[in-house]
Design a protein around this ligand. Structure first.
Ligand code: HEC
Length: 183
């Protein structure tokens, strides 16, 4: 190998190492702790959220999982306080409002084809099968309607339990059809 070629390889190697260090290959990898400073002192964020992803599909998967986790948190808040006698009932309206607003955006987390990698649990390729698109769209539309109905029910003092049941039906239906089970 010519010295110039060796030098070229060495430079490429160094660049690759720097890139690897700066941009971890997988979104789940924990980046370095981060220092946060503000009016209440200086603190350390030990698990900063990754901002770099190995691929667009991986970014979409991460976004979708975070979106789903948010839906789940809102749903759990509502399930924990379905009674009007509860002292935490003031969370009902904002939670139902947020759930309906988030639900209305569900098509956006499925826009880019990004199924789970081979053998991993997660979104099935069926979601992006163009010949089956109508069924999937019908489910997301019906889910949006159920969340909107829940928001209205909470607003007008109707049967919140029944409205929650309808929302939950959609979560489970979609997971059963379009998500591969955790192994
Ligand atoms: C239209 C389909 C659909 C609907 C409706 C839906 N989900 Fe999901 N959900 C998915 C798919 C697909 C995944 C797998 C995401 C992935 O790994 O890419 C998922 C994943 C999840 C996860 C796992 C996240 C993780 O940590 O891996 C949770 C929790 C979740 N959904 C909660 C909910 C809740 C709660 C609702 C209803 C309020 C809901 N989902 C409605 C399709 C749906």
């Amino acid at each position: 190998m010519k010295p110039s070629t060796i030098k070229k390889h060495a430079v490429t190697g160094v660049i690759a190492l720097v890139c690897l260090a700066a941009f971890p290959a997988r979104g789940q990898d924990n980046p370095q702790p981060m220092s946060l400073e503000g009016a209440f002192g200086r603190f350390t964020e030990r698990r900063p959220a990754p901002t770099e992803f190995a691929s667009e599909a991986e970014r979409q998967r991460t976004l979708r999982i975070q979106y789903m986790t948010a839906l789940s948190g809102l749903y759990r808040v509502l399930v924990a306080e379905p009674s009007r006698n509860s002292s935490a009932v003031e969370l009902q309206k904002p939670a139902a409002h947020a759930l309906a607003t988030m639900a209305a955006q569900i098509p956006s987390v499925f826009r880019v084809p990004s199924p789970a990698p081979e053998g991993a649990s997660g979104a099935l390729p069926l979601i992006w099968d163009v010949t089956k698109k109508e069924e999937f769209n019908a489910l997301t539309e019906s889910f949006k309607a159920s969340a909107e109905s829940l928001r209205n029910t909470v607003g007008n003092g109707g049967d919140v339990r029944r409205a929650l049941y309808a929302v939950r039906y959609h979560c489970i239906a979609c997971h059963s059809i379009y998500r591969s089970a955790a192994k």
